[in-house]
Design a protein around this ligand. Structure first.
Ligand code: HPA
Length: 285
């Protein structure tokens, strides 16, 4: 674990660390990314299809932690999607792995400093809404942070953004409209809903899922929300897409396992890649 986690006194140095990481990435590639993508569990394959790509293992980027969970390759791939320069995170850092929120969200700071103005956050999630089924793709319309903390806690660095950033439209309405349009054009059925983020790593109990449903959640996962908050802090526009890999605990009469989650990610992979290829060019103004 890096010293990003040591607390308030280190936070003041995050901007400098992020700049250092940004310069390290710039020294390795000519690509000046405009769109950033974070690929969730089982969805990492998209990064293998980029044109003119440079891949940097996270271990080679100063300040980046290392991804430990199975199914996350852990590298930043810079390249092009339909001639649009992009930076793709193949694998992310999760709070449940033991990283601090500062570590989980550090790459988002770096992407923004690299020039990314639009960010696509993808994840695997459990379906709470009974109208969903495994394999559904859901556009995130809003989130509920159930992780018990906020990544912006601690001293605020105004160079990143304001102390009290507005969160009334975390997931860009225009991006949601574009995604819905492109999915329709491809004949892909898209759902829309609210994503609740839990700490994990245990899956939820049936009682917790009933609670989340009452609170207004349509899907549940263990990521995305800290990254979305930090992106908004820096004025980056966000699109969130969940792959419903399983129905959440207690909905079907069967246990949830990580293997199943990964396999469903693989199954929607092609559909997902087709959607992203059409979407990305429309996310640059
Ligand atoms: N719960 C939490 N996170 C998840 C799930 C789930 O059911 N499926 C995939 N990620």
């Amino acid at each position: 674990m890096s010293d990003l986690s040591v607390g308030a006194e280190a936070i003041g140095g995050v901007f400098e660390k992020a700049e250092h990481a940004m310069r390290t990435v710039r020294a390795r590639t000519q690509v000046e990314p405009r769109v950033g993508l974070v690929l969730g569990s089982g969805l990492g394959g998209f990064a293998d299809e980029l044109g003119d790509a440079t891949a940097l293992p996270y271990g080679e980027i100063p300040g980046f932690a290392r991804s430990t969970v199975e199914g996350h390759a852990g590298r930043l791939v810079l390249g092009e999607v339909e001639n649009v320069p992009v930076a793709v995170m193949q694998g992310r850092f999760h709070y449940y792995e033991g990283y601090s929120f500062a570590e989980v969200t550090f790459p988002i700071r770096v992407l923004a400093l690299l020039g990314v103005r639009a960010l696509v956050l993808t994840n695997a999630a459990g379906g709470i809404n009974n109208a969903f089924s495994p394999g559904s793709l859901m556009i995130i319309t809003d989130h509920i942070n159930m992780m018990g903390a906020n990544p912006l806690r601690g001293p605020n660095d105004e160079r990143f953004g304001p102390r009290f950033p507005d969160m009334s439209e975390v997931y860009d309405l225009e991006f949601q409209r574009i995604a819905t349009e492109e999915a329709r054009a491809l004949g892909i059925e898209l759902r829309h809903g609210v994503y609740a983020a839990m700490c994990g790593p245990s899956y939820e109990t049936p009682a917790e899922i009933r609670m989340l449903r009452i609170l207004g959640a349509d899907a549940v996962g263990m990521s995305t929300v800290p990254e979305a908050i930090v992106a908004r802090h820096m004025g980056v526009r966000v699109l969130g897409i969940s792959c419903i890999t399983n129905m959440a605990a207690g909905i079907l009469n069967q246990p949830i396992n990580h293997q199943e989650v990964m396999e469903m990610g693989e199954r929607v992979r092609d559909q997902f890649a087709r959607l992203l290829r059409r979407l990305v060019p429309r996310l640059v103004a």
